[in-house]
Design a protein. Structure first.
Lengths: 82, 162
């Protein structure tokens, strides 16, 4: 998805893992996504640079759809569809 | 172990069955945890959290020096058996500044989120005067012998010595 599409996306849950180091954002994402329904979208905020590679790989491996990410000032927004 | 109810198998392959359970074994990581140093234990904590995030079962076999770190009286020691003395202060300060969990917090988190079992080697226990499970912190699940580690490692998908 393009940045513009991601910005207009309606998300069902937001996980703010900024300030948490690896594997904090991944664990927070796993925990949150476990409580979600199939088809719902989660937005993950992370300031950990490893997250940008880690979370997409993990999401695809777990059978979720990785929608993309946006680079903000000092952190990322990542979007996953369960 | 994960159990998946598979509608496809039910309707297509086994129409005579009302429900079909397809049992899929979770992948397994075994760790021979020899170290008792907080730095390597911190790394171990990160690894096992990653394994749990990937839905792996984890079995940790705590060997000689590791068993010392798991003794009850050593709970809360932040710089236990530091491996690189000249880096210890810098490392500890950085961990605190970045609000990195302690190794025990990492282990606790992994146990809460997944299937993580921790076994203390019986010999290692004796070396540090830990003869019963009660001599070790609450992370420990049982005391076992080396045969159990060898048998478990043979069926593991990933086996680490730390």
């Amino acid at each position: 998805m393009t940045t513009e599409e991601l910005k207009n996306l309606k998300t069902d849950k937001v996980v703010d893992a900024r300030g948490s180091a690896c594997p904090g954002p991944l664990m927070a994402t796993k925990k949150a996504i476990g409580e979600m329904k199939s088809g719902e979208i989660i937005e993950v905020l992370s300031s950990d640079p490893g997250t940008k590679r880690d979370v997409p790989k993990w999401a695809v491996k777990k059978g979720f759809e990785y929608l993309g990410d946006i680079l903000e000032d000092g952190y990322f927004r990542l979007y996953i569809k369960k | 172990m994960a159990v998946v109810y598979c509608e496809f198998f039910h309707s297509y392959l086994c129409p005579q069955l009302k429900t079909t359970k397809l049992i899929i074994m979770a992948k397994k990581m075994t760790i021979a945890l020899y170290t008792g140093s907080f730095d390597k234990l911190t790394a171990t904590g990160v690894i096992i959290n990653g394994a749990v995030a990937d839905d792996m079962d984890v079995e940790i076999f705590v060997l000689l020096m590791g068993a010392n770190a798991f003794k009850k009286e050593n709970v809360g020691k932040t710089d236990h058996m530091a491996e690189l003395a000249d880096k210890k202060e810098e490392f500890l300060a950085s961990l605190q500044q970045l609000k990195i969990p302690t190794w025990m917090e990492y282990f606790q988190q992994a146990k809460e989120m997944g299937n993580v079992k921790i076994y203390i080697c019986g010999l290692a226990g004796k070396v540090w005067n830990g003869l019963t499970l009660g001599d070790f912190n609450e992370l420990a699940d049982d005391i076992c012998g080396i045969a159990e580690y060898v048998a478990s490692a043979q069926t593991a998908d990933v086996n680490l010595f730390i």
